[in-house]
Design a protein around this ligand. Structure first.
Ligand code: ARG
Length: 587
């Protein structure tokens, strides 16, 4: 139960005591913190329904709240709002309970679910680009959030390893190296275990092949044929495909690792291929499939669609299966192997139609209910020109280059700001890496998921303001308070007592964590946690500036402030961990 839940329950009893709905007692954090800590607006709605004077009703509710002895202020404002502030003793008591909680007062789900979360979706042989960056950052954070509240979360990368790009690559290599054993007609292997090319070759080959296929229909036909032969199981092509996947996966693991992003499952579209024939039969037997111009399609349009939803092409006229079919098969595979309650897809907004179609088919086929499939789409990371972010040369930026760029700039920032002075080279590099990645991730997560935002590295890397580096610095500073206290023998933390306005603020900030976790979880929006972490860091900063801690002479106050610091360190640590930010030991 969060603090506002508890207060809502108490106010709910007051309403019930007047013979009214207890849900009217909803209490939330005040819009006007200068006037009160909390507010309850239920008396207005109740009075309207009862045809009563709202202030008179509010007064009766207020009297009941007053009688609980919990509040230092119960005030009626305007037409009948009730403003509430807690007594310092009440606040201290709740803060002490939070300090003793291993989850720092974080909200927890009553009935946890098993949830598959699909984020990443990189494509083999195509470099990871910034479009995949948000997927990884937001998905990783949501996975951690699900686990924090108690769900069983299974992260799946859903590798794009079965599409046309594979045929483009195979045919490209065949043109360049027709002598390779993979291309000999009727060859059954065994084929060499070492790949015939490097990752760099692969990365060079893909753009060439894809450009050639775009401009030359004959070349495109070659690629389509190679794709079909691969999907039909031609052994030489399968062996090559394996090499392409292995080379790509090794590189992908390194990039994701650098970002602090990981997956439980490394399944790909190709893994679904064996399921497709049965799936198609199943969908046919359910009467969902129609023949149209040589292709097998499923109509998914609904009467109330604002814009007509086009049919799903399950198998195209050449007999190849595409992105829709593999996604539907993936749902089936997950149902069979993981038995999830829900599946989340963190994929950009351009794929809204795709998921709408896939979800409708899964639902109509009785594979999985649509209401438990969520496409958590996100907006675009733009350049300063308002268009999707590109390099100066106008290319789509590779994730690898982005990470390098962010680290380099973080290193420069470190130098300019005098942080990490006198530390060894390896530690400075590590700090620059952590700051750079935190800057990137926090900038991404702190915007509402569905908004676009502008990539501005210098702003992301600032040590002041709502940034990743500011939060890392805040954590390092809170921890240094504890180290200092130990060094001067300040004693152990003790019960929290509130003796200064900055302590009151800090207690309220700590106690808001539960609501932030719940909002982030229920809306699938990590920015609520970013807002919380920032506010907590700021409240701590004010407390740190105004209050003596390790050198406070009064034993009781000193031990309380040590507890405050330890609790902030723990809760900020929790929040940063959910966001996937890693703080250095010092900076
Ligand atoms: N590979 C796809 C792309 O790059 C993204 C995959 C997202 N996940 C999914 N289950 N469709 O666009």
């Amino acid at each position: 139960m969060t603090l506002t839940d508890e207060l809502s329950a108490i106010a709910g009893e007051a309403f019930a005591g007047e013979g009214l709905e207890s849900s009217l007692g909803l209490v939330r954090v005040s819009d006007r913190p200068d006037l009160a800590q909390f507010q309850c607006n239920g008396a207005l709605a109740a009075a309207k329904a009862q045809k009563e004077n709202p202030r008179a009703l509010a007064a009766r509710i207020a009297a009941r709240l007053e009688a609980t002895g919990m509040f230092s202020k119960v005030e009626i404002a305007g037409p009948g709002f009730i403003n509430l502030s807690l007594r310092d003793e009440t606040l201290a008591e709740r803060a002490n309970a939070l300090a003793a909680d291993a989850r720092s007062g974080g909200w927890r789900r009553e009935e946890p679910e098993t949830i598959v979360i699909d984020y990443g979706g990189p494509n083999v042989a195509k470099p990871l680009h910034v479009g995949h960056l948000r997927s990884a950052i937001i998905g990783e954070s949501l996975k951690r959030l699900l686990r924090f509240v108690g769900d069983e979360a299974v992260g799946d990368i859903h590798l794009g390893d079965w599409g046309l790009q594979m045929g483009q690559l195979i045919s490209e290599l065949e043109r360049r190296r027709p002598d390779l054993p993979y291309f000999q007609e009727g060859a059954n292997g065994p084929f060499p275990s070492e790949p015939p090319l490097t990752l760099a070759d692969l990365e060079e080959m893909y753009p060439t092949a894809s450009a050639a296929c775009k401009s030359d229909p004959a070349r495109a036909e070659e690629a389509r044929k190679a794709t079909a032969a691969l999907q039909a199981g031609r052994p030489g092509y399968r062996a090559l495909w394996r090499h392409f996947v292995d080379l790509s996966v090794a590189a992908l693991k390194r990039d994701y690792d650098d970002l602090g992003v990981s997956f439980d499952l490394w399944k790909g579209e190709a893994d679904m291929d064996p399921l497709i024939p049965d799936l198609v039969e199943d969908l046919k037997s359910k009467g969902l499939v129609e023949e149209s111009e040589g292709a097998q399609i499923i109509r998914v349009a609904r009467e109330d669609d604002k814009k007509e939803t086009p049919p799903v092409i399950l198998v195209n006229s050449q007999g190849a299966v595409g992105y829709h079919a593999t996604d539907i098969a993936t749902i089936q595979d997950r149902v069979r192997n993981i038995h999830p309650d829900r599946m989340l897809y963190v994929v950009d907004q351009r794929q809204r139609l795709h998921f709408e179609q896939v979800f409708r088919v899964a639902d109509r086929a009785g594979i999985f209910p649509e209401s438990r499939l969520e496409h958590l789409w996100f907006g675009t990371m733009n350049g300063k020109d308002g268009k999707p972010f590109k390099t100066r040369a106008g290319d789509v930026l590779k994730l690898r280059d982005l990470i390098d760029m962010v680290e380099t700039r973080a290193r420069e920032r470190l130098e300019e700001s005098g942080f990490a002075e006198g530390f060894g080279e390896a530690e400075r590099l590590d700090i620059a890496h952590k700051i750079g990645v935190a800057a990137l991730k926090f900038a991404d997560l702190s915007n509402p998921r569905t908004s676009d935002y502008v990539f501005d590295l210098d702003r992301f890397l600032a040590f002041e303001g709502k940034t990743g580096p500011y939060l890392l610095y805040a954590v390092v500073r809170v921890r240094s308070v504890e180290a200092k206290a130990r060094a001067v023998g300040a004693g152990a933390p003790g019960d929290i007592v509130i003796t200064a306005p900055e302590e009151r603020e800090l207690a309220l900030a700590l106690l808001a964590f539960g609501d932030a976790v719940r909002a982030a979880y229920e809306k699938r929006m990590p920015h609520h946690l970013c807002d919380h972490a920032f506010r907590l860091a700021q409240s701590f900063s004010k407390f740190y500036a105004a209050c003596r801690i390790a050198d406070e002479p009064d034993d009781r106050i000193r031990s309380s402030r040590l507890r405050f610091s330890a609790t902030v360190a723990a809760q900020l640590g929790c929040a940063l961990d959910i966001l996937g930010l890693e703080a250095p030991a010092r900076m």
